[in-house]
Design a protein around this ligand. Structure first.
Ligand code: UDP
Ligand code: MG
Length: 313
C-alpha cells in the first residue's frame, strides 16, 4: 500500500464528507493504493455516523472510535499502530490542511529519502494574538532545544516513513513535538515543505489557553526524557553533588570562623541559611537522581534499542 492517511478528529462532522471527497480525488488522480484512518477521539456530535456512511461508500476509509476524548496525541498513536502504508500522512480533519499537498509530501519521502517531512504553515490563517505569536515563540524554543531547524513543529500535515511511526510513541500532548521524538529515535533526515493553510471552515478550534501551559511542560519533558531519561543520575546526581559541595564549603567556613576566631553569632549571618538550604537541596537532588536511576533500571524498556539493520544474524 502506498499511503496511509491518518486523521485525528474531535467533533468535526461537518468537514468530513468534503475532506474525504477531496482526498479521494487526489488519490485517484495519482493512482495511489491507500487507506484513510479516521480516529474519532470521543466526538459527541455525528462524526462517527458520518465515518460509517463514508466507509459504506469507500472501503479504503477506516475508522477507530475512542470511548472518550483522549486527545490528539492518543488518536495519532492509535492511527500509527493501525497504519499499513509505506508512507504515512497525518492531517487535521478541519480542512485547514489541503490534501493537494499529499503527492509532494509523499515524493519527498520516497524519492528524496527523508525520514519525515513536516509542513510549514508559512502564511497562517489563524488568530494572530492567540495562535500565531505564541506559536512563533514555541517554535523558537523547540528549535533551540532540539536543534532541528523546523519553522513549524506543530503543523498537523506531515509525512513519515513507515518505520519512523512504528518506532515512536506519541502520548500526552506530544503531538507538538513528533519531529523531536523522531530525532531522539535516530531519524535525522527531517525535511520541511511550505504548505497551504486555510481558515477553518466549520466548527471551532479544540485547543484553548491550556495549550500554552501544556505545550511548555511537554517541551521540558521531551528535553529531559530524551537527554536524561535513561541516565537520571547524570543530571540530578551532578547538580545534587555541586549544590551539596557548596553547602559543605559554607559550613566548613562558618565552623572555622566560629571556633577558631569565635567571631560572631553564626545564625545572624545570611550565609548560614544559604549553607543549610544548599545541603538540603543538594541531598534532595541527589536522592531524586538515585530514585530515578532505580526506576529506569527496573523499566522494561531499559534495553530497548532500535536496530536499523543486521547482517548475517
Ligand atoms: N483533535 C483531536 N482530539 C482533541 C483535539 C483535537 O483529535 O482532543 C483534532 C481536531 O479534530 C483536528 C486536529 O486535532 O482534526 C487539530 O485540532 P484544531 O484544528 O482544533 O487545532 P488548531 O488547528 O486550532 O491548532
Ligand atoms: Mg485546525
Amino acid at each position: 500500500m502506498d499511503l496511509s492517511i491518518v486523521i485525528p478528529l474531535f467533533n468535526e462532522d461537518e468537514s468530513l464528507p468534503e475532506l474525504c471527497a477531496w482526498i479521494e480525488k487526489v488519490m485517484h488522480e495519482n493512482n495511489y493504493s491507500y487507506e484513510v484512518i479516521m480516529i474519532d477521539d470521543g466526538s459527541t456530535d455525528e462524526s462517527w455516523n458520518v465515518i460509517e456512511q463514508l466507509r459504506a461508500k469507500n472501503a479504503c476509509i477506516k475508522g477507530i472510535k475512542f470511548q472518550r476524548n483522549y486527545g490528539k496525541s492518543a488518536a495519532l498513536n492509535e492511527g500509527f499502530k493501525a497504519a499499513q502504508g509505506d508512507v504515512i500522512i497525518t492531517m487535521d480533519a478541519d480542512m485547514q490542511d489541503s490534501p493537494d499537498e499529499i503527492p509532494e509530501l509523499r515524493r519527498m519521502i520516497v524519492e528524496d529519502g527523508f525520514d519525515m517531512v513536516s509542513g510549514w504553515k508559512k502564511k497562517r490563517y489563524d488568530n494572530t494574538l492567540t495562535k500565531n505569536i505564541p506559536s512563533k515563540l514555541f517554535n523558537a524554543a523547540a528549535r533551540g532545544m532540539s536543534k532541528i531547524p523546523l519553522h513549524d513543529f506543530n503543523c498537523g500535515l506531515k509525512s513519515y516513513k513507515k518505520k519512523v511511526i512504528k518506532s515512536i510513541e506519541v502520548y500526552g500532548e506530544m503531538h507538538r513535538y513528533v519531529p523531536v521524538l523522531a530525532k531522539w529515535s535516530g531519524f535525522r533526515k527531517i525535511g520541511e515543505k511550505v504548505v497551504e493553510h486555510r481558515a477553518r471552515k466549520y466548527g471551532v478550534t479544540k485547543f484553548g489557553w491550556s495549550r500554552f501551559v501544556n505545550g511548555f511542560l511537554d517541551l521540558m519533558t521531551i528535553f529531559f526524557v530524551g537527554k536524561f531519561g535513561k541516565r537520571p543520575m547524570h543530571f540530578f546526581g551532578l547538580w545534587g553533588s555541586i549544590v551539596f559541595f557548596i553547602g559543605a564549603c559554607i559550613w566548613i567556613y562558618l565552623g572555622i570562623a566560629k571556633f577558631a576566631f569565635d567571631a560572631y553569632k553564626m545564625t545572624d549571618r545570611p550565609l548560614f541559611y544559604v549553607g543549610i538550604i544548599s545541603l538540603v537541596i543538594g541531598t534532595q537532588l541527589f536522592l531524586t537522581g538515585f530514585i530515578g536511576e532505580m526506576i529506569s533500571r527496573n523499566s522494561s524498556e531499559r534495553n530497548a534499542y532500535l536496530i536499523e539493520e543486521k547482517a548475517g544474524l
